[in-house]
Design a protein around this ligand. Structure first.
Ligand code: MN
Length: 297
């Protein structure tokens, strides 16, 4: 698979590596994947990747916690690709991409797009890493068998992920929405040994999260609606009572410091016109993940 790289990608022109060799030299590969096949309420996740990349051009190059210029670890941002309308085909495309990026020894960071894409990304990464824990930040369980007749709905995103035999454990954080429709709560109960849910009202200390991760390798999926809607209103299905910024980053930092995070996605940003704050927050979140992965403090 041959990738085409965009010149003015995540963080802007200077990606820590020259454009000509950027894919070869970069340690992080940013994959814009604005898949949007289903919408429950608010639309617009297809515009998420563009908004995150645009906002990222305003980020400070230094990380404020480590002072590191983390972009020097090398970033390359793939060009926007045409995403097939058929969700199964879209997922196969993303699987092929993340499989290649993993095989090349790089850290894939997918910018969504709707949460459905996670199953495709995990599938690709799991070809290389066959014993994985998925850490899942979200307001919603996303464990429905199907939703509105589709197996590929964002409300089923993690149910599809759990069909992957390489996933030993799912650890969910920030959850405050669950349903008996489409067997969601039933599945959660049946899979007790394989799923740990930290509800939003009991947001755990970082160590408690680590204690629930049995594998060395971790895939991180971050639905921005895990954050409280007061700081992250730009999402299709907001829920009150969500996570705060530093509380969330402390958990993320401890996971990145203690585990081998082999891939990540940030999904469900639906940018609002003339209201860029949440886009900046999502961009900063992506840069923090790369910081925690490649800088030490
Ligand atoms: Mn959600």
């Amino acid at each position: 698979m041959k990738f085409s790289i965009q010149k003015n990608g995540f963080l802007g022109i200077d990606q820590g590596v020259s454009f000509e060799t950027s894919y070869l030299k970069a340690r992080s590969i940013i994959v814009p994947f604005g898949m949007e096949a289903h919408v429950s309420y608010g639309a617009g996740t297809r515009n998420g990747p563009k908004a995150i990349i645009k906002a990222s051009h305003q980020l400070n190059e230094n990380d404020e916690q480590s002072f590191a210029k983390t972009y020097k670890s090398g970033l390359a941002t793939l060009n926007f690709t045409a995403i097939p309308k058929d969700p199964a085909k879209a997922l196969s495309l993303l699987t092929a991409m993340t499989r290649q990026i993993s095989a090349d020894g790089k850290f894939p960071v997918i910018l969504g797009g709707e949460h459905t894409l996670t199953a495709g990304a995990v599938e690709g990464v799991s070809k290389l890493y066959q014993d994985l824990t998925v850490v899942h930040f979200d307001a919603h369980l996303d464990l429905r068998k199907q939703y509105r007749d589709s197996r590929y709905s964002h409300a089923s995103a993690l149910r599809r992920v759990m069909e992957n035999k390489s996933i030993r454990k799912l650890v969910q954080i920030g959850i405050r929405s669950a349903s008996e429709v489409d067997e969601e709560i039933g599945y959660l109960k049946a899979q007790k040994s394989r799923i740990k849910t930290f509800w939003a009202w009991e947001t755990p200390a970082p160590k408690r999260v680590l204690d629930e991760i049995p594998t060395k390798d971790v895939y991180l999926t971050f639905d921005v609606d895990a954050f409280d809607p007061s700081i992250m209103p730009s999402t299709g299905t907001p829920e009150p009572g969500g996570l705060q910024w530093w509380q969330t980053l402390k958990i993320l930092e401890s996971i990145f410091r203690s585990k081998n995070v082999v891939g990540a996605d940030v999904v469900e940003l639906a940018p609002m016109k003339n209201f860029p704050g949440p886009d900046f927050m999502a961009a900063k979140l992506v840069y923090k993940l790369i910081n925690y992965k490649f800088s030490r403090r």
